[in-house]
Unconditional design. Sequence first.
Length: 467
Amino acid sequence: MLAFATEFPVGRQAGSGAFLAAARKWILGSPHTRLVAADFGALIGSPSSDVRRASERIESLIAGTGSAELASLRYTKADAGLEWLTTIGFSRESHDTWVSVRVSCESAHLSARLPPAKKPVAVRVLLNELGGGRDGILDVGEQPHRLADADVDIACKLIDGTAGCRLPIVYISAGFNGQYVVNPDSLGSELAGMAHVVVEPNRPFSMRLKLGVGAENVYGGTIGIYWPDGGGRRSFFLGREFDSGDEIATAIFEEVRTALNNRRPLPRCTYSAVQELSSRLAFDALRAAGSQEVDKYASEFDQEMRAKDEQLAEAEREIERLKAEVRKYEARSPMGSGISLRVGQEQDLFPGELGGVLYDAIADAATRVTKDSRRENVLAAILANNPQTSEAPLMKEELKRILRSARTVDAGVRHSLERMGFVITEEGKHFKLVFAGDDRYTFTLPKSGSDVRGGLNAASDISRLLL
């Protein structure tokens, strides 16, 4: 079973020798290997090698022409009833250099439980030894990309999929208090070689970005994964699903890992690509020499055919995987409904807000139509198949809890309100509350209230206008 897969560009100066040296450093650096430095004597500089020791095996291939240099290494290790196969590939062409890492795990026993997938150490070693390359408009590395106030155009390209990146974009928006839900540096290190981590500078930047991308940007502390070529996004925020930044970071890693596993690999970085080029070069050499060595010619031909068969089998597996993905998404979407909604420049100010407004409007409309009419049936079907997911009901109760006995905005009340998304400032005898940084939703609370029901009344007023 494929457990991990990624591809990323490395420094242009790197060659196949440096790539295989990095592979040797990765394997020998493992405390679990029995291989020793002497086992790698034939690895670098040799067109092919095959090394075996105990339960470990290394196969390597190198091939090159005037315009391309390819190398690949397969490392197989059996351990506790599991067989691990790590394939790393290298492809250098005139304009860029890419490496790939793919890890598969198979069990010798049907009842064995496979371990959870992790990012292999090989990714970090390859990045450190070869250096990160250019992917579209971004460089690959362990540090997150921190946008400046003037980088709105860059952010627009990253979000709408026109930045030329192959790796996905993990966009961390600034919270209403200017903080971030996750640690950008930790997430950047965790996703290095898998995705670009991009950090928004502040909330005003988000408001300007909103105009450039038609409100498709995440904001207010939400984190979005934007897929290459404008393939949509997946959003992560604190709320019902995640209670902490650590939970969100773990979910983001798993989402990116799963997506990369389901993506077709770069053909130029596969083991079979090196086999094909190596066989073709051997054919060319035999023909150029006018060789009559039929057996050797046939052997080379058979090797090329096996490489082609392996590529075809990989393509067939990918087609089946994509068919399953299509079926999954078809099951999520209404077929032939023709429904399409545009919300202009409005965005969710909290999880599920816009959907909740539509749900409430439809539920209200369903009580006003003629009984047993077509409209009643359609509205009832929509309500039955689209359950309410808005956080509004929970937020109303939370607002009541916070303000129920509050006579002023002390440290505890302030913290709770800020967690909900309010920005609080002091103005004269009142506290000014702005929700989600949107001045249209501004409220005031007295610094010293005398009415015992003042807090509940304020919660009711805010809920009526906002929720």
